[in-house]
Write a protein that binds this ligand. Structure first.
Ligand code: ATP
Length: 231
């Protein structure tokens, strides 16, 4: 009885949830390995992979949102702590991370949320829709090359400096801080994988076998055929 009273007065701290958004066109080991390292290093309850429906900052993906989602499901299946969240596909219009975090916050209550971004994406953070509001909903964890971060645009530097914190500080509040987390750097990009496939070359070992098998089965990212006008 006494133990029960104590537990309800001091509920155990909930483990944080990580959010890894992306176009995932297609998902690859450069997403998966660093994500696993963040999951383990920061003792997260899970990382949710959130494919976007319509990316806000780039050209249209080469395959449909449903196909990208299917590849993300294949890539993450069977890895404890990896989950897939399709809320951006269920929302009309461009996929803005600030809207996604607001809706996750509504679903998940006060639990610490960690928005996980690669160092390259983070350097462009100040170009995201309502970017200053991101910190109301989540912390930001930057998957960083080991060593000190390179300088940012002044407006971003100003935003980062007062918010930089360590892992222990992030666990003590639900949102608002920034952590640079060193991860193994894998020089893999979806752009490179698409280019290999377009040339009819193999991207094997840059992405999970199940993802590559599905790409071949469904004939995704097929080499561009020569237009009839050029033959
Ligand atoms: P593309 O080459 O088409 O631009 P991408 O490979 O960068 O795609 P995205 O889906 O745009 O993949 O990336 C989703 C998130 O994963 C971003 O935060 C990005 O910075 C991060 N990311 C992508 N590739 C890597 C990598 N090799 N190492 C660490 N983070 C990565």
């Amino acid at each position: 009885m006494r133990a029960k009273t104590l537990r309800s007065r001091f509920p155990p701290h909930p483990r944080p949830i990580g959010i890894l958004g992306g176009t995932f066109d297609p998902i690859h080991d450069g997403h998966l390995r660093p994500a696993l390292e963040v999951l383990e290093a920061l003792d997260l309850a899970e990382i949710r992979f959130v494919p976007c429906r319509i990316p806000a900052h780039r050209d249209s993906p080469q395959i449909t949102a449903e196909q990208r989602l299917a590849l993300v499901r294949l890539a993450t299946a069977g890895q404890a702590g990896f989950a897939v969240d399709d809320r951006e596909l269920r929302r009309e219009g461009a996929s803005y991370m600030v809207d996604t975090l607001a809706s996750l916050r509504e679903d998940l209550g006060d639990i610490p949320l960690y928005l996980i971004v690669g160092a390259d994406a983070f350097r462009e953070l100040h170009t995201w829709h309502r970017w200053r509001e991101l910190g109301q909903f989540a912390h930001v964890v930057v998957m960083q090359r080991p060593g000190p971060p390179k300088p940012f645009a002044p407006v971003l530097e100003e935003f980062v400096a007062p918010r930089m914190a360590d892992a222990a500080a992030l666990r003590r509040q639900p949102a608002g801080l920034i952590l640079f987390q060193p991860v193994t750097q894998l020089d893999i990009s979806a752009t490179h994988i698409r280019a290999l496939l377009a040339r009819g070359q193999s991207p094997r070992f840059l992405l999970p076998e199940a993802v590559l098998a599905c790409i071949h089965e469904r004939a995704l990212y097929r080499p561009l055929s020569t237009p009839a006008s050029m033959t």
